[in-house]
Write a protein that binds this ligand. Structure first.
Ligand code: SF4
Length: 493
């Protein structure tokens, strides 16, 4: 049996909306999340191999690290392309074998012919096949599958590789796939339309494993749509999470991604809040029903989106919203309507992007037929780029987009939205408490935002408002002030 020294490398994520890089300095952290995909892959590699992890978002990758390794395993998303190229080139120069997998390589495999082994699609299927061939000295260049892995068999991620104190949140996965078919989204190509879920016992074991690392605080369920199997959630998974979290003194609060139809389901919202969920990202996309029809976002159509958002907020969950401009049906009125919608909804964390067509999406296929695809999607829909020719004049679209993001993240509009949200938000009764690092983060906001920040007037106004009217939301108000700084900086640069 061969034994290898395997170096797992997670490429650098550039400064992005979800990277929270400008916010991390307030809380003395280096990155928002550890590389869940890579530590899951690590758990599929037999223990006789020596494994190390270098996450370029929290530490440097040295030549010494690379020379130590017999093999470098890289996992990446589209957004990490630049760093991926740099890592591959360094491995080539030093003569180290490379193995790569994850969404970037699965979507754009032809750009990575110089990687020694591409382990594509679902790692639970392709990685064991590769390792077995490697053992026999017969490893191929590409491993791929059209099967979906049974994720009830996915092992608990190998968290022992991660430097816990460097991250501001932890992550976990319960399901893969989504039943909807929004045409700009490649999730169903990557993970299928029939959602696959883990079992309650498995989730409890994963919670235990994260708890054992010493991590306490926010845990992000990175599912494509957490509520895609409602029955299983209500009958087994949420009760198990509730019991586990309560019996451990509520060490975790949760965040996830869901579809807007959660607003129709009071029982589900109630149980999620009871389990410790205090926020959910939802693809709202646009207040324009014609555009929703164009992109086949059927679940968002024929409903009062503002009142759906309010219901979720009132139930005890913050709504983080995704928004898009640049649909063929958009006209110049969309920019003002989008700003009004976001302000009225009280969605503090509103990620507005220009429409892009990822390679695996149905939108990509349509635009390709129409001869409108110009380039590949960068993976960052907030970087002012589009990979196709829009119907609206590109200059007008870019200016309108800029107007939206600069307005909603200007201190006046941002802090107004925070108060709007906190007014209607009813926390789940789980006090987040104040740790030493919370107090340190608060003092940093006083210095950076309250004394030297452009937003100082609005910052103090928010703190006064919160102290007088909603002292229970004071820690959240501080957190939003930090987020607001990140978003403002992002769009100023
Ligand atoms: S955008 Fe969201 S709801 Fe739509 S297909 Fe993708 S994951 Fe599903």
């Amino acid at each position: 049996m061969i034994t290898m020294k395997i170096l797992l490398v997670y490429p650098k994520i550039p400064v992005t909306y979800w990277g929270f890089q400008h916010a991390l300095k307030f809380v003395s952290k280096k990155a928002a999340f550890p590389p869940l995909g890579l530590v899951t892959i690590a758990s599929l590699i037999p223990d006789r191999h020596e494994k190390k992890l270098v996450d370029l978002n929290v530490e440097k990758l040295t030549d010494k690290d690379l020379k130590w390794a017999d093999c470098v395993f890289i996992s990446a998303m589209l957004i990490q392309k630049a760093s991926v190229r740099d890592i591959i080139d360094r491995c080539k120069r030093l003569g180290v074998k490379t193995v790569a997998g994850g969404p970037l390589f699965t979507s754009e495999r032809e750009a990575y012919d110089d990687v020694d082994h591409l382990i594509l699609n679902e790692g639970e299927i392709t990685m064991p096949e590769f390792l077995a061939d490697l053992e026999r000295g017969e490893a191929r260049h590409i491993y791929t599958t059209d099967q979906w892995a049974d994720i009830t068999k996915t092992p608990v991620p190998d968290w022992s590789l991660v430097k816990v104190g460097k991250y501001s949140s932890f992550n976990i996965q319960y399901s893969r796939g989504c039943p909807f078919q929004c045409d700009f989204c490649d999730i169903t190509t990557l993970f299928g339309r029939v959602p696959r879920t883990k079992d309650a016992g498995q989730i409890v074991r994963e919670l235990e494993a994260i708890y054992a690392t010493g991590w306490r605080g926010e845990l992000f369920f990175v599912d494509d749509n957490f509520i895609s199997n409602r029955k299983k959630l209500l009958e087994s998974v949420l009760p198990a999470i509730i019991e586990w979290n309560e019996s451990h003194g509520r060490p975790f609060c949760f965040l996830t991604e869901v579809s807007i139809n959660i607003a129709d389901d009071e029982d589900l919202m109630k149980m999620m809040v009871q389990a410790g969920f205090n926020g959910a990202f939802i693809g709202i996309e646009t207040p324009d029903d014609t555009c929703l029809g164009e992109c086949q976002k059927t679940q968002n159509r024929n409903r009062d989106l503002i009142s759906c958002v309010s219901k979720i907020q009132e139930a005890g969950m913050e709504v983080l919203g995704g928004f898009i401009v640049g649909f063929d049906s958009d006209n110049e009125t969309i920019f003002g309507r989008m700003i009004r919608f976001i302000q009225e909804s009280g969605i503090v964390t509103a990620m507005v992007g220009l429409l892009n067509a990822p390679t695996g999406s149905r939108l990509y296929q349509r635009l390709m037929k129409e001869g409108r695809i110009e380039t590949r999607f960068t993976g960052d829909n907030t970087d002012y780029t589009m990979n196709f020719v829009p119907k609206m004049d590109r200059n007008i679209l870019e200016k309108g987009y800029e107007k939206i993001v600069k307005t909603i993240y200007s201190p006046k509009y941002f802090y107004e939205r925070v108060v709007n949200f906190l007014t209607r938000y009813h926390p789940n009764g789980i006090s987040e408490g104040y740790s030493f690092s919370d107090i340190r983060a608060f003092l940093r906001t006083v210095f950076r935002l309250g004394i030297f920040g452009k937003e100082r007037r609005y910052y103090w106004k928010l703190l006064r408002w919160s102290a007088r009217n909603r002292p229970d939301t004071f820690p959240l108000a501080i957190r939003f002030a930090i987020y607001g700084y990140h978003f403002r900086k992002l769009y100023e640069s």
